[in-house]
Write a protein that binds this ligand. Structure first.
Ligand SMILES: Nc1ncnc2c1ncn2[C@@H]1O[C@H](COP(=O)(O)OP(=O)(O)OP(=O)(O)O)[C@@H](O)[C@H]1O
Ligand SMILES: [Mg+2]
Length: 345
């Protein structure tokens, strides 16, 4: 069952193909994160779903009802979709309370209580209700915009980088709070973000966009472990990429014999996530090892650069705990946990 169906949407602005036959389905009460480089079409896609922009071709359905069929379209205010845009877009001449109440039905009797509840939900002090947007920080404005969108009790909430103006700690708190609020209210959400860890932890489904195309969509774990291509792999986290010869479920590579999934055979490029590789320092005669060329202390997690003995590749970077850190010059063995991913070309 799906709530939202985006079917083969294309959109062009003059010479720019902002979206190229993008299809994506979203299940009810789920959370989808859309990631991709700047200019890849993320905002355009959300604006088409919200009804602020019209596709050249393709369809959008919500709960089976057709919202857009090419340029023919149901107006935005009749879609039951909330949107928090990249810039917040509050009404500058209205107070915080008036901004939040803007989406309420006419003459809503419990207006004051709802405003107070919504402010609490987005963790803003009730005393801010009388302020104007210009008297708020960027992060506070984004939270008011979120409260306003929630006030409409939408079936689907579109969030375009709503946490980007917040610092790391507050950002994580807000993300969790918003997740809770949306889940409690059973609101399906689509979040656009530049932050891969935000995407992987927020979403049930991650969709990766590049140059107007949807490259891959799936569970966070599937995308992280089995990215379609190296760009997607690197977009979602650090990766160690190695040439290999694959045969019968194993890859022969600079790290030795590493198990792989799938039935690929022949020359290939394999990928390991750095946390799959363990640096072993007490090896007397390191087989398939390397030499530590650099150690970067980073508190709980440190980065060790190892030049592989077997191949002329740039040193690989391995994240390791700060306990028993090797020193530059040490010979080490590299143990691999789990399976490597093979890019099929
Ligand atoms: N109204 C418009 N007129 C002309 N070109 C546009 C318009 N809106 C978007 N574009 C272009 O379409 C492409 C996709 O833009 P979009 O805003 O969807 O990207 P994005 O993925 O949201 O990027 P960012 O991460 O920077 O927000 C870009 O090349 C952009 O310049
Ligand atoms: Mg954008």
């Amino acid at each position: 069952m799906t709530l939202l169906d985006i079917e083969s949407i294309s959109k062009r602005y003059g010479p720019v193909q902002a979206l190229d036959t993008v299809s994506l389905s979203v299940r009810p009460s789920s959370r989808t994160a859309i990631v991709g480089p700047s200019g890849s079409g993320k905002t355009t896609l959300l604006r088409i779903v919200a009804g602020f922009e019209f596709p050249d071709s393709g369809r959008v359905r919500l709960d089976g009802a057709l919202l857009a069929d090419g340029p023919a379209s149901v107006p935005a205010h009749k879609r039951g979709i909330g949107i928090v845009s990249q810039d917040g877009a509050l009404f500058p001449h209205l107070s915080v309370a008036e901004n939040i109440a803007f989406g309420f039905e006419r003459g809503a009797p419990d207006r004051e209580k709802r405003i107070a509840d919504l402010l609490e939900m987005v963790e803003l002090d009730g005393a801010m209700a009388t302020r104007r947007p210009h008297q708020l920080s960027g992060g506070q404005q984004q939270r008011v915009a979120l409260a306003r969108a929630l006030g409409r009790r939408p079936r689907l909430m579109l969030l375009d980088e709503p946490f980007s103006a917040l610092d790391t700690g507050l950002r994580e708190n807000m993300r969790k709070a918003v997740s809770r609020v949306l889940q409690a209210a059973g609101i399906t959400a689509i979040l656009v973000t530049h932050d891969q860890s935000e995407a992987l932890s927020f979403a049930d489904q991650v969709a990766v966009m590049r140059e107007g195309k949807l490259v891959q969509a799936g569970s966070p774990e599937t995308l992280y472990r089995h990215p379609r291509d190296r760009e997607t792999a690197l977009f979602l986290g650090d990766a160690v990429l190695l040439p290999a010869i694959v045969k019968s479920g194993f890859a022969e590579c600079a790290l030795g014999r590493v198990a792989v999934e799938g039935d690929h055979a022949g020359k290939a490029e394999i990928m390991l996530r750095p946390e799959q590789i363990r640096v072993v320092t007490d090896a007397d005669e390191p087989r398939y090892g390397g030499r530590v060329v650099d150690v970067q202390f980073g508190g709980a997690t440190c980065t060790v650069a190892v030049a592989l003995a077997a191949v002329a590749l740039p040193p690989i970077l391995i994240k390791t705990s700060s306990v028993a850190l090797p020193a530059p010059g040490d010979l080490v063995r590299l143990d691999v946990a789990g399976t490597a991913h093979v890019f099929s070309r």
